[in-house]
Design a protein. Structure first.
Length: 292
C-alpha cells in the first residue's frame, strides 16, 4: 500500500517528519518481532535527516529488538549528528566492521537522487532530492507498506567478489607425484588485486551511476597488463568489451583500468560485471561485481 504524506499546517515540518519516522520505526519493531535478523537501510542527505534522527532517538528500543542498520550519506556534515548516528549504528551492530556502518557516497550526482529508507522487507520510505536543504524541501513524501518489491529494490546494491589468480597449465608434473587426470597449474608470476569503487552503491532506476575498476600490484615483481576483458550481463543480455591498456605497475602500485558510467535501467533483475586481466606473463586476474 502506498501512502503519500504532505505537510501538516499545524505542525513544524521538520518535527512532523521526525514524528512520522518515529512512528514508522515503532511499527517496524512490532511487525518484525519474530524476524531473526531485522534490519533497515538509510540512504540520506546527511545525518541530520529525520530518519537518522529517529534512529538515534530510538537506539535503545532498536537494540532490545535486535535490529541492525546501516547508512549511506551524501554529506558528512554536520559532524555532531554524524557522530551520534555512528554511535547509534555501532550499538546496534557491535560486531560489524566500522566501515560498513556508514558509507559516504562521494559522487555529486547522488545529490539528485531522493532520500530513501527501508524498514525490513516490506516497508519503504522515499523523501525529497538530497540536494535540497531541509528548509526548502518538498513536503510530499511516500511511505509504502506491504511492499516487498519496493523494499527489495531499495536494499539491493553492488557487491564485489574477491580476486582470483589463474595460471597456465604446467607441462610437467612435480617429481614423484602421479597426477592422473588432474590438471597441474604453474605457480603465478604476478600477484594482483582488482577492486571497484561504485557510486551510488544502490542506484535507483534512471539514476546515474559510476563504476571505477582498479588494479593493484600486490606482488614483488613488476606487473604489466596485456589485455582486459569486461563482460557486463544484464538479465541474460551480454555486453563484452576487450582492450589492451599499456600499464606497468611496480610493487604496491595501483592504477585505474576503466570507468563504466550510465543510467541504471528500469526493472533489472540480474546484473553482473565480470573482469579478466591477462598479464604479460600469462597469469590472469579475475573478479566479479554483482547486483544483489
Amino acid at each position: 500500500m502506498r501512502v503519500v504524506v504532505g505537510s501538516d499546517g499545524s505542525k513544524n515540518l521538520k518535527q512532523a517528519e521526525l514524528e512520522r519516522h518515529l512512528e514508522a520505526m515503532s511499527r517496524f519493531i512490532e511487525a518484525h518481532a519474530e524476524d531473526p535478523a531485522p534490519a533497515c537501510t538509510l540512504v540520506l542527505r546527511s545525518a541530520a535527516s529525520a530518519p537518522a534522527q529517529a534512529l538515534t532517538l530510538m537506539k535503545d528500543v532498536l537494540c532490545d529488538a535486535g535490529i541492525r542498520a546501516q547508512a549511506i550519506l551524501a554529506k558528512l556534515e554536520p559532524q555532531d549528528d554524524l557522530q551520534q548516528l555512528f554511535a547509534a549504528l555501532s550499538d546496534l551492530s557491535p560486531d560489524a566492521n566500522a566501515t560498513t556502518l556508514i558509507r559516504w557516497a562521494r559522487n555529486p550526482r547522488l545529490r539528485e537522487a531522493h532520500e530513501q529508507v527501508t524498514y525490513g522487507a516490506e516497508m519503504c520510505w522515499s523523501g525529497d532530492a538530497m540536494r535540497r536543504d531541509a528548509d526548502t524541501r518538498n513536503p510530499l513524501v511516500l511511505f509504502e507498506t506491504d511492499a516487498p518489491e519496493a523494499a527489495l529494490r531499495a536494499r539491493r546494491r553492488f557487491v564485489p567478489g574477491r580476486t582470483v589468480v589463474r595460471t597456465k597449465e604446467s607441462e610437467s608434473a612435480p617429481a614423484g607425484f602421479d597426477t592422473g587426470d588432474v590438471a597441474v597449474a604453474e605457480a603465478p608470476r604476478n600477484f594482483g588485486d582488482l577492486s571497484f569503487e561504485v557510486d551510488p552503491v544502490s542506484p535507483r532506476p534512471g539514476e546515474p551511476y559510476s563504476i571505477k575498476l582498479f588494479i593493484s600490484n600486490t606482488g614483488r615483481r613488476k606487473l604489466k597488463t596485456q589485455s582486459v576483458s569486461l563482460v557486463q550481463k544484464v538479465d541474460g543480455e551480454t555486453k563484452p568489451e576487450v582492450w589492451a591498456p599499456e600499464l606497468e605497475l611496480g610493487p604496491g602500485e595501483r592504477a585505474l583500468l576503466k570507468e563504466v558510467t550510465g543510467s541504471w535501467p528500469e526493472g533489472v533483475d540480474a546484473w553482473r560485471l565480470q573482469v579478466t586481466v591477462q598479464t604479460a606473463t600469462g597469469d590472469k586476474l579475475e573478479c566479479r561485481l554483482s547486483w544483489r
